[in-house]
Write a protein that binds this ligand. Structure first.
Ligand code: COA
Length: 415
């Protein structure tokens, strides 16, 4: 069976996390992704957070599946000549260097256009045009600058970053969509274009509901579904909301049986209006169904804390899976707090290819997250990440370099 992006060739000039997540997705969708790395060093993540000495880290391997690796030193004329030939034959260049780095290498938009006017040049930067456009940015900086940290955390606690890599992997996803759209537009226009996904913007896009709440707060000076309501005070900006549900259906994280010893013995419980009578029956509070204090969603907002305390008395008598099973019978929306250990061994995630075991020549077997996007006509097979420069000879050969030329480039340190 073919792949959605068969025939698309990507010059992958990315490193660390944001760019590599984008090009990995494109590779999983069928693109031929050629990762360009500096000779001898490669992507810095190959050596970061290593768990096995001398072996590519999980940080690197889990972000660079299904790619080929070519080493090129763009600061050598021979290296630039190889890169120019790649530019001539690729459809997309993806990069996430610090602002200005590509220009300093001489790889300007004009340079690329002169070689290949059909090329799409896709970039991740920390910020878009503005006061911070020259700044280097990592994940947590983006989470802070994009509004996530100020709206995450306990109501009386400090700003908090989240473990979900919304700044890096989140921006990589945005960029991948921009690239696919630009490829589609090119089928009509015949031209390449620049695609930019700033990390601050991507995080803000994922925090869209918090900008919604900011405007609601400015108009009404209160947010009824927040834990600060009805007793606490609201300030001028959207506060942190703990584990309160961000939507119109109040929810909370509740303790389950075994919570004293197990840090993940919890369940997320949503008091969806449609199933309120069922919730009352399950927890043994049938009287609440017709009680004016609890009958309507509006009335319940005044009593969310005691309501969740009472539901928790019930969840604490069940383990999180038992609670799930009972609640699901009544269509009560809930979800167990799953640890990474539980996720790693969850059979259904293995069956769908979302958690995959991969074999690597120097590392051996390891687990990774496969393609979370499932296309019925473009299945994904996850293959291991390349060793540094593993495909240099192969790719240079495809670009028309002879064996002697490759040897000379290697002797010069250009590849
Ligand atoms: N050959 C020769 N030189 C190369 C090269 C190659 N194949 N690949 C990279 N380099 C050089 C670059 O030209 C640059 O040199 P310069 O400083 O002389 O211009 C240098 O390597 C370092 O690049 P840089 O991007 O500045 O790396 P860094 O490690 O200092 O910064 C980031 C890392 C992530 C902070 C920075 O790249 C960044 O802000 N990127 C944009 C935002 C982003 O994606 N952040 C999230 C990362 S997960």
């Amino acid at each position: 069976m073919g792949k959605a992006l068969d025939g698309v060739r990507i010059l992958d000039f990315t490193h660390v996390q944001s760019g590599p997540t984008c090009t990995q997705l494109l590779a999983w969708l069928g693109a031929d992704v050629i990762k360009v790395e500096r000779p001898g060093e490669g992507d810095a993540t190959r050596g970061q957070l290593r768990d096995i000495p001398g072996v590519d880290s999980l940080y690197f391997t889990m972000l660079n599946h299904n790619k080929r690796s070519v080493t090129i030193n763009t600061k050598k004329p021979g290296g630039m000549a190889v890169l120019d030939r790649l530019i001539a034959t690729c459809d997309v260049m993806v990069e996430n260097f610090a602002p200005g780095a590509l220009d300093r290498m001489g790889i300007t938009w004009e340079h690329i256009q002169a070689i290949n006017p059909r090329m799409i040049v896709a970039s991740v930067k920390g910020f878009g045009p503005g006061p911070y456009e020259d700044c280097k940015v990592y994940e947590n900086v983006a989470q802070c600058a994009g509004g996530a940290a100020s709206t995450t955390g306990l109501e009386d606690g400090i700003p908090m970053v989240t473990g979900a890599q919304i700044g890096d992997s989140g921006t990589g996803l945005h960029l991948a969509l921009g690239i696919v759209a630009a490829l589609y537009q090119r089928t009509h226009s015949g031209r390449g274009q620049k695609v930019l996904a700033p990390m601050q913007d991507a995080v803000l896009n994922l925090c869209r509901v918090k900008l919604r709440d900011q405007q609601r707060l400015e108009r009404t000076h209160t947010l009824h579904e927040f834990p600060q309501y009805p007793d606490g005070k609201f300030g001028e900006a959207v506060p942190r909301a703990g584990n309160a549900s961000g939507g119109g259906q109040p929810g909370s994280i509740l303790r389950c049986k075994g919570w004293e010893a197990d840090p993940n013995a919890y369940i997320y419980f949503i008091t969806q209006a449609a199933v309120w009578p069922a919730i009352c029956r399950v927890i043994g509070e049938e009287g609440w169904v017709d009680d004016d204090a609890f009958k309507t969603p509006q009335a319940r907002l005044l009593h969310l804390k005691p309501i969740f305390r009472r539901i928790e008395q019930w969840t604490m008598t069940k383990d999180k899976y038992e609670a799930m099973e009972i609640l699901n019978k009544y269509d009560i929306p809930c979800g167990p707090i799953l640890s990474m250990k539980e996720i790693a061994y969850e059979p259904s995630l293995r069956e769908t290819g979302t958690v995959v075991e991969v074999d690597h020549p120097t590392r051996g077997k390891y687990l990774t997250v496969g393609n979370p996007i499932k296309l019925s006509d473009s299945p994904t097979e996850v293959t291991r990440s390349p060793l540094l420069g593993e495909h240099t000879d192969e790719v240079l050969g495809q670009l028309g370099f002879g064996a002697d030329e490759i040897s000379a480039l290697r002797a010069d340190g250009a590849v």
